[in-house]
Design a protein around this ligand. Structure first.
Ligand code: GLY
Length: 361
């Protein structure tokens, strides 16, 4: 079992790496003294793991309730929350219960926001089961849901008691969702570490990624994430904004396609390509950097473009409503070189539109 301790100003919590779900129960006992658990999961994940975890909890005399909602980004809504609040109240979930988010990013974000608001706050444990959630969304306390006009617009910073990463969960993840998580991993590599970038690029060129590769990659990404969150928990100084590399465009793309066409990671991969093109256009990075970014995306299997039919001005306007934008001025996170990125860069609208043109087919 390995551990990363995430140290924040007001509290600290561990990210626990273990292949054994019994360790999860040990940590429940350590952190949740009331032994009352409310599992929240989705239809993809619950069929594999919910019963097993419930059983382990019941053996230890936990009081357990569960709520399962339909899988998919389209469910990360206020409507799902509303159903959750009503269900929780109807079965008697009170402040002694802890919420356990068992699932990928959608479950983690929705259950996390539920935990932050239901009865003004219940304890929360994140148990990520997707690659994307293991390397990014379960760590750092961002919770929330989408609205029709914007991604992650309603939410709160709400830190869990701990995060439990068991890479065995990945065995039932379909390849599309594994690839989805790779986009966030590529994000870290371009952003923070040239050596990690080169290592990752080599791994992508092999036909098989081993279990050890996955474990090492996930651990490394959690270290990157913990380091950034520790330095700027609530995204105030610009440091945590770096984690939004590729996300300004991705969020606009997910919103314009009504959260139906792209998985989050697929949109992030296109968003990363977009900022590489943008950065090269304004000579923020050189051509070789842009090409290296294009190459790693292709090696990881990301070669999608966006449909020419999408309205470019709408995409531009959606980016102006991004949480990082100030008075409708988009603040981009752009690559300087592999291993170095910068936040809060402004780019002229005409150049943005040209870059959108380049990623359209
Ligand atoms: N996923 C970006 C962040 O947690 O800040």
């Amino acid at each position: 079992m390995r551990l990363i301790k995430l140290k924040l100003k007001l509290n600290s919590y561990p990210i626990i790496f273990s292949d054994n779900n019994e360790d999860l129960i040990t940590y429940f006992k350590k952190y949740l003294s009331n032994r009352k658990i409310f599992f929240i999961s989705d239809t993809n994940v619950s069929k594999f793991y919910l019963k097993q975890l419930q059983k382990l909890c019941l053996q230890e005399k936990f009081n357990v309730y569960s709520y399962v909602f339909k899988a998919g980004e389209g469910q990360k809504t206020i409507d799902t929350l509303n159903k959750l609040y009503n269900y929780a109240l109807s079965v008697g979930i009170d402040r002694q219960f802890a919420v356990v988010a068992l699932g990928g990013g959608v479950v983690g974000d929705t259950a996390g926001f539920f935990a932050s608001t239901y009865m003004r706050g219940l304890k929360l444990v994140q148990v990520p089961t997707s690659l994307l959630a293991m390397v990014d969304s379960s760590i750092g306390g961002k919770t929330g849901v989408n609205i029709e006009k914007g991604k992650n617009i309603v939410g709160a910073f709400y830190q869990p008691q701990f995060v439990f990463v068991n890479t065995q969960f990945l065995k039932t993840l379909d390849p599309k969702h594994l690839k989805n998580g790779m986009a966030e991993i590529i994000k870290y590599a371009i952003s923070f570490d040239q050596k990690f970038f080169n290592k990752l690029n080599l791994i992508f060129q092999k036909s098989i990624i081993t279990e050890k590769d996955f474990k090492d990659i996930i651990y490394q990404c959690c270290k990157f994430k913990a380091d950034i969150v520790q330095r700027d928990e609530k995204e105030v100084t610009g440091i945590r904004e770096l984690l939004n590399f590729g996300h300004t465009f991705a969020h606009a793309l997910e919103t314009i396609t009504k959260y139906k066409q792209f998985l989050h990671g697929e949109a992030v991969a296109i968003g990363i390509l977009f900022v590489a093109i943008l950065a090269e256009k304004i000579k923020f990075c050189d051509l070789a950097t842009k090409q290296k970014i294009e190459e790693i995306l292709i090696n990881a299997g990301f070669n999608e473009k966006i449909s020419k039919k999408l309205n470019h001005n709408t995409l531009l306007n959606l980016m102006k409503k991004d949480k990082k934008s100030v008075s409708q001025i988009i603040k981009f996170v752009l690559p300087r070189k592999i291993g170095q990125i910068c936040s809060r860069i402004e780019v002229n609208d005409q150049i943005i539109l040209k870059a959108i043109e380049e990623i359209s087919k």
